[in-house]
Design a protein around this ligand. Structure first.
Ligand SMILES: [Mg+2]
Length: 216
């Protein structure tokens, strides 16, 4: 089975370290549980004084990222609890794991993410997974896969409902509670347990829709 796994917010704890950088650089104090929306840059920009914007030459949301995620930032991120071990189980069970991620920018974060995976999976160049980086988050739906594990509501709402597994994060709380009818899990480790239990059914080309009796 082909399983697409997002990195930030699913495999790696991007937000904790990003908020630390924001506090350090801009003296803006945002708590993890208060993060909302799909774009961290927009959230930080909205909380920034004009004085800070002028000081750092920040003219638009995306300018925030060069301060929030400097070179090497992604390479040092912590894995979310149990996440790497969970992926190793999927690989061991014979599934094709595809890390499907959108780098914030290509100059540093793309190679940092590749190196992060190399280190955590101790690959020495022989990767037991695929890594696909896309430029637009909307392009994730173009990938042919049986399952997409993600925390981004734009991805979860654009792939077939049965394939969309949502990792619960504060920024998708409202979406989960008001809109999303798919399956949600507190962590990638929990989603993995469910995938392994339902692999046979999930890999069927027509798996009967969200209300199918299997996969509950
Ligand atoms: Mg994400």
């Amino acid at each position: 089975m082909k399983i697409c796994i997002d990195m930030d917010g699913v495999l790696t704890d991007f937000v904790t370290d990003a908020l630390k950088e924001v506090k350090k650089k801009f003296d803006i104090d945002i708590k993890y549980e208060d993060v909302y929306g799909c774009k961290m840059g927009a959230l930080i920009y909205a909380n920034m004084t004009q004085e800070t914007k002028d000081k750092y030459s920040i003219f638009e949301e995306r300018d925030v990222y060069r301060y929030m995620c400097p070179k090497g930032f992604f390479r040092k991120l912590k894995g979310l609890p149990g996440a790497v071990a969970a992926v190793k189980k999927l690989i061991k069970a014979g599934h094709h794991v595809i890390f499907l991620t959108k780098p914030l920018e290509w100059k540093y974060s793309a190679s940092d993410k590749d190196k992060w995976l190399d280190k955590k999976f101790n690959t020495k160049g022989d990767r037991p997974y695929s890594l696909i980086m896309i430029d637009k988050i909307e392009d994730k739906k173009l990938i042919d896969a049986d399952v997409f594990v993600d925390d981004d509501i734009r991805v979860l709402s654009s792939v077939p409902l049965n394939a969309a597994l949502c990792i619960e994060q504060p920024w998708n709380k409202e979406f989960r509670e008001k809109q999303f009818e798919g399956r949600t899990f507190p962590s990638l480790a929990d989603a993995t347990k469910w995938i392994l239990k339902n692999a046979e059914w999930l890999s069927l080309p027509d798996n009967g829709g969200i209300n199918a009796s299997e996969g509950k």
